[in-house]
Design a protein around this ligand. Sequence first.
Ligand code: NAG
Ligand code: NAG
Length: 332
Amino acid sequence: MLSFGALTLLSLLVKNARAGTTIWSGSFNTYPTVATFDNWSWSNEVGEYQWYIHGSQPTSHYLALDPSYKNPADTSETNGLKITIDQTSNWNGQTMERTELIPQTTANLGTGNLFYHFSIMRDSTNPPESSLEHQIFFFESHFTELKYGVSPNSTYLEWHVSSSPQWGVSWDAGTWLNFAYDIDFSGGSVGLWFSTGSNALTKVHANIAASASTNSEDFHVGVLRIVPDSVVENYYVSGVYIESGSITTSVGSGGGSSSSSSSSSSSSSSSTSSTPTSSSSSSVSSTSTTSAAGATQTKYGQCGGTSYSGPTTCGTGTTCVAVSPPYYYQCQ
Ligand SMILES: *[C@@H]1O[C@H](CO)[C@@H](O)[C@H](O)[C@H]1NC(C)=O
Ligand SMILES: *[C@@H]1O[C@H](CO)[C@@H](O)[C@H](O)[C@H]1NC(C)=O
């Protein structure tokens, strides 16, 4: 009956109501096939994601969509995304191997207190190799990120702040791990929310001081394997969105239709127009992860590490910092 349907819909809406405002949705619902990611380019910045940090093979070699790839608790998305890293995953002449998506939005993703939500899972097939160090869901300045394959807890998925481990969880096959980075861009701190499966997020680490910043185009949704290797690894991702206001702790409400860039640009509180979204500012972030040929490396560019042969001198005002020694040093 109609009333029953309406009630069911209402209860679903209530159950999945978000506490805050989604300022950017990384839902995969707008990607009917992975070929849709290829619609994005520097001259045609469409969709939810920038897609340029990947190896030379076709997109379908690195990305795949399927209902079985999402957290089953996420009822708002049709598919999850499988992300693959292998020996072809070199980008831009780097020896590091990476498959990463970057938000495409006009929203300011670096203002006030924001919650960066995502869920991630590893399978027993093509699992992440614990002897190789990885950066996962990171920012260019590495003020917060997940790492895997880091001694002494190399089988833990660890939460790092400014390259220092703060918290970790044994990364077991088949268990969905739900996270939210709790980032106070104004106050300069970051904390962590976490749960498994369909459980509600709880705060597992209080905020600690960090130089929290983003140009709104350097949240890396994906994986960077710092140590090159031929082993194939798969990662499963869903529930990616960024929220302002209060945190939504229920898992599964992150996807679906988004208020995304349109509402944020018209929202009264956070419509600061200083957010860089042009392709020229985008190329800042791409340059910063590039081994520039010049003698001086740019801010957030690599300046050292195993088998690195680019510039080792940092530009004025920055120094070479050991982000993931001995593999990766960065100008900060
Ligand atoms: C992607 O590009 C193709 C080819 O130009 C077009 O047919 C399709 O509608 C685009 N899809 C989206 C979601 O933009
Ligand atoms: C590393 O493992 C130890 C022992 O299991 C644990 O107490 C500690 O919290 C872990 N640290 C991180 C950052 O995961």
